[in-house]
Design a protein around this ligand. Structure first.
Ligand code: FE2
Length: 306
């Protein structure tokens, strides 16, 4: 069978208490032991103390032990050291210095949420009542982790590790083939890697049910602290998802998303090189200057060289 999900990631920050409070506000459930859960995906964020912000590990789910054997052979062909047993495989991505663990685990079946009634042109589904989205009062709770986006100091090498080594598939490129959106499930992307001056995390992305949940979630976070605004509301071209990015207190973005492209037949999907703002974004506000080049990069580079 195959890889089937991005199960979790481990995120190191210097300010754990403040960052924990942010992800609780974001709608994740704080388990009190450094782990945070989504409604459908279980424990998907592990927060740890570290000297600067970095994603130190990711965990991918695979169907069976044969997948581990296949990935081990692919990684060894790239001269990567692999540690494995019957249920897990561990390897280190050398550029971003990130632990990658593959674990044999059951696929997560998300419950099907009934579509809300929407009035369209010549199509009336809802009469004599307000829209579902304006009647909701409960807190926004992400359903599951969708993807992590990482900046790599040597992105071609990092991409080779993820594609040739781990077996992720490229869904689209950004600007050129040194920046790619890759999938290990039907989601358009579960890991995105972009080239940059150093290696650091760009964002994590969390599925919510629909655009009302994106808007309600972002509204709550921004009402409390307007400085959390990252980029949004908009709709990406790569992945087609609606997005809104908020900045956590360590400097990494977290994204609410809905309506991501699903790719179930590789032969029916053709990766494109998506260029410019229109490649990244079908519509939305101007891209903030610090979105791809955050203010703390020099600080991270200095800390990495210590
Ligand atoms: Fe994203």
């Amino acid at each position: 069978m195959s890889l089937h999900r991005l199960a979790s990631f481990t995120y190191q920050v210097p300010n754990v208490a403040e960052t924990s409070a942010y992800y609780e506000d974001f709608g994740l459930t704080d388990n009190g032991d450094g782990s945070f859960s989504t409604v459908d995906g279980g424990r998907q964020l592990y927060l740890e103390q570290g000297p600067y912000r970095r994603i130190s590990g990711i965990e991918l789910g695979v169907d069976d032990p044969d997948d581990l054997d296949r990935v081990a052979a692919q990684l060894r062909a790239l001269h990567v050291v692999v540690h494995s047993d019957a249920q897990t495989l561990v390897a280190y991505e050398p550029i971003m210095k990130m632990k990658v663990q593959l674990t044999v685990e059951q696929r997560v079946a998300q419950p099907e949420i009934a579509p809300v009634a929407v009035n369209g042109t010549g199509r009336v589904e809802r009469v004599n009542e307000r829209a579902a989205g304006v009647q909701r009062t409960e807190r926004v709770r992400p359903r599951r982790l969708g993807h992590v986006a990482l900046i790599s100091g040597e992105s071609e090498s990092s991409l080779k590790f993820f594609t040739d080594g781990l077996g992720l598939k490229v869904s689209d490129y950004a600007e050129n083939k040194a920046n790619a959106f890759m999938r290990c499930s039907a989601d358009h992307h579960n890991v995105a890697i972009f080239g940059g001056p150093a290696s650091f995390p760009h964002h994590s992305s969390w599925q919510v049910e629909d655009i009302d949940e994106i808007g309600r979630g972002a509204e709550d976070l921004l009402t409390a602290k307007p400085e959390r605004q990252g980029w949004g509301f908009g709709r990406h071209y790569a992945g087609s998802n609606f997005f809104w990015y908020l900045r956590d207190p360590a400097g990494t973005f977290s994204e609410y998303y809905a309506d991501m492209d699903q790719i179930t037949d590789d032969d029916l999907w053709t990766p494109e090189v998506c260029e410019g703002k229109s490649g990244l974004c079908n519509w939305g506000p101007a891209l903030p200057a610090d979105f791809m080049a955050p203010a703390d990069v020099a600080e991270i580079i200095a800390a990495q060289s210590e």
